[in-house]
Design a protein around this ligand. Structure first.
Ligand SMILES: *Cc1c(COP(=O)(O)O)cnc(C)c1O
Length: 365
């Protein structure tokens, strides 16, 4: 019996991938975004699965993540989307990793390390995060031409910041337009990968480029809460824990740290063996709920580091050791994110490493 664990359904991830593959432009390759331990799902397991399905491109956030994939025998392109200290150029080179170039200054510093590493230049088309400012496409093109001679430059990319929001389509069109101007001015450079689509862009925006960076939808979650995903794409993760104790609590007593929950009528209270150190957000205190046999049980009092309490008064049969569903098909990370005023991405990324990942290879129902 486990304490707090997530079940990752690999078959569901494969299904999500296949459905998404059908929904996007035929000419586009998929780059699986497996940063942050594949959004909490397990980067090596997810990447191995996708390699088996023919995926040849992977994206991560940093060099450690990239090297872990290589050491676990993941082949193909591994693109680091974020910052790597330039002093680690020898590692980028040794493990055949592709490094994003974040700015002209970054490219210059990296070039001084004198490794002909694989790179892709980031282009900023309006997000103001990383990349060459596409407001001056000629300047971008000049910089790309210069560093294409120094590095093994395999592509350029930009990032869409509202591809999941139909009311902002004009901004997305403008971003693609700006990116295209840079692409047109670098046609003479042999750049294999031209890409701008994230999960949302790939299915809800007109195709551009030859690669889609598929992140959140691979895991069956939504870029935005209002989005409707294609049929058959469903969350691949369930989070479970167990009841460690059950007790009756009298009217007038309080529950948990800070005494934030006042008991107004006699309650049956169960303690759950998961807490904020497991990534179960403390802001769920007195706000969230869990499910026991599909019956909803509200959280009472504050989430502790390793435990929290729920009201099970209305649930007839509960026993110590019973399984409790923290995230299910019908209460997804997106739903929990909604309660927390955040997004499903953050919920799954925050599930900490002490929560065991259990891999399910067959359909569970
Ligand atoms: C994380 C990330 C993605 C994936 O975005 P999703 O919305 O999860 O599909 C794509 N591109 C870049 C640059 C990213 O940082």
């Amino acid at each position: 019996m486990k304490r707090s664990w997530v079940e990752v359904n690999l078959k569901q991830i494969a299904q999500n991938y296949n459905i998404y593959r059908q929904a996007i432009a035929k000419e586009a390759e998929i780059m699986a975004v497996v940063k942050a331990n594949a959004y909490g799902h397990g980067d090596v397991q997810v990447s191995s699965l996708l390699s088996g399905l023919g995926v040849k491109n992977f994206a991560v956030s940093n060099l450690d993540e990239a090297i872990r994939l290589r050491k676990n025998d993941i082949k193909g392109q591994i693109l680091v989307l974020g910052y790597t200290p330039v002093e680690l150029a020898h590692e980028i080179y040794k493990f055949d990793i592709t490094q994003a170039l974040l700015s002209r200054e970054y490219a210059e510093k990296l070039s001084l390390q004198r490794y002909k590493v694989k790179t892709q230049f980031a282009i900023d088309t309006g997000m103001n995060r990383i990349g060459l400012n596409a407001d001056n496409p000629q300047k971008c093109a000049d910089i790309i031409h210069r560093y294409a001679k120094i590095f093994d430059m395999t592509g350029i990319f930009t990032h869409l910041c509202v591809a999941d929001t139909p009311s902002q389509n004009e901004f997305t069109q403008m971003q693609k337009q700006k990116f295209d101007e840079v692409v047109q001015k670098t046609k003479d450079v042999d750049l294999k990968f031209i890409h701008c689509m994230n999960s949302a862009g790939g299915i809800w925006q007109e195709s551009y480029g030859n690669l889609v960076r598929l992140g959140i939808i691979l895991y069956g979650l939504k870029p935005d809460y209002l989005n409707i995903l294609p049929d058959g794409i469903r969350p691949a993760m369930k989070w479970k824990s167990v009841i460690s104790m059950i007790k009756d609590v009298k009217e007038g007593e309080t529950i948990g740290y800070g005494r934030t929950y006042l008991v107004k009528k006699p309650l049956k209270v169960a303690t759950i063996s998961t807490g904020y150190a497991d990534g179960y957000n403390r802001l769920l205190s007195n706000r969230g709920y869990v499910f026991i046999d599909k019956k909803r049980a509200p959280i009472v009092g504050r989430i502790c580091m390793d435990q929290f309490m729920i009201d099970v008064t209305d649930i007839a049969t509960v026993e110590i050791g019973d399984e409790v569903d923290l995230l299910t098909d019908s209460f997804t990370a997106d739903d929990m994110g909604k309660i927390l005023d955040t997004i499903g991405y953050e919920v799954v990324c925050n599930i900490s490493s002490r929560v065991e990942r259990v891999y399910i290879k067959e359909e569970t129902e």
